[in-house]
Design a protein. Structure first.
Length: 184
C-alpha cells in the first residue's frame, strides 16, 4: 500500500515509522518534565508582585461664608479707583464723540502702515496703507486707529499720533504712538 502526500510517495512502513516518531517525541512532554518550568514561572510571579500605595486621606475643608458687613464686595470698584462723575462720559481728556469718524479709524494702528510722504506747496501729507491695500492721504488733524488717534505731525520717517484711551480706573488719558515708514 502506498500513499501520496504533496507529490511524495510513502510506503506503509514509512508512514508507521513517522507516526511512531511523533508519538515518542510527544511522550517527552509529560507532567514530570515540566516541573522545573512551573517552578520558574511561580518564582517570576512572586518576584513581580506589585504593591500599590493606598490613596492619601485629605482633610475636609469647611466652606467660607461671605459676609458683606465687614469685607468689601468684590464686584464693586474700590473708592480710591472710582471714576470721576464728570469724566464718566466726558472730562478734560475725553475724545469728541459727536464728530464724524474717518475711514482710518476702522483699523487698529498695528494694521496700518506708512508707505510714504508727499509735500505739496507748504502742505505735507502722509501716505498710509490699510489692510485692504488702499492708500490714504493724511495730514495733521486727521484721525487714525480705533483709540481716537489724532495725527499730530507728518515727518519723513514717521507719522506722530496721539491716542486717547481709558486707563484702569476709567479716566481718559492720552498716549503717544506713531506709524513708521516701512513697518508693517
Amino acid at each position: 500500500m502506498t500513499r501520496q502526500f504533496a507529490n511524495t510517495t510513502f510506503s506503509g512502513k514509512a508512514t508507521a515509522a513517522l507516526a511512531l516518531t511523533a508519538v515518542i517525541g510527544l511522550s517527552g512532554c509529560t507532567e514530570h518534565s515540566m516541573a522545573d518550568l512551573k517552578q520558574y514561572v511561580q518564582e517570576r510571579r512572586q518576584a513581580h508582585a506589585g504593591f500599590v500605595e493606598p490613596l492619601p486621606e485629605f482633610e475636609l475643608s469647611l466652606g467660607f461664608t461671605y459676609s458683606a458687613n465687614d469685607i468689601r464686595d468684590p464686584f464693586v470698584r474700590p473708592v480710591r479707583y472710582a471714576v470721576d462723575a464728570d469724566n464718566e462720559l466726558g472730562g478734560a481728556n475725553a475724545p469728541d464723540f459727536s464728530r464724524a469718524r474717518e475711514p482710518l479709524e476702522n483699523y487698529s494702528l498695528d494694521a496700518l502702515a506708512m508707505v510714504g510722504e508727499l509735500t505739496q506747496s507748504e502742505n505735507r501729507w502722509g501716505l498710509v496703507r490699510d489692510t485692504e491695500g488702499v492708500i490714504h492721504r493724511v495730514k495733521p488733524g486727521n484721525y487714525a486707529g480705533k483709540n481716537y488717534g489724532r495725527i499730530l505731525a507728518v515727518r519723513d520717517t514717521h507719522i506722530a499720533i496721539e491716542e486717547t484711551v481709558r486707563d484702569g480706573a476709567g479716566n481718559w488719558i492720552t498716549r503717544e504712538a506713531q506709524l513708521t515708514l516701512g513697518e508693517e
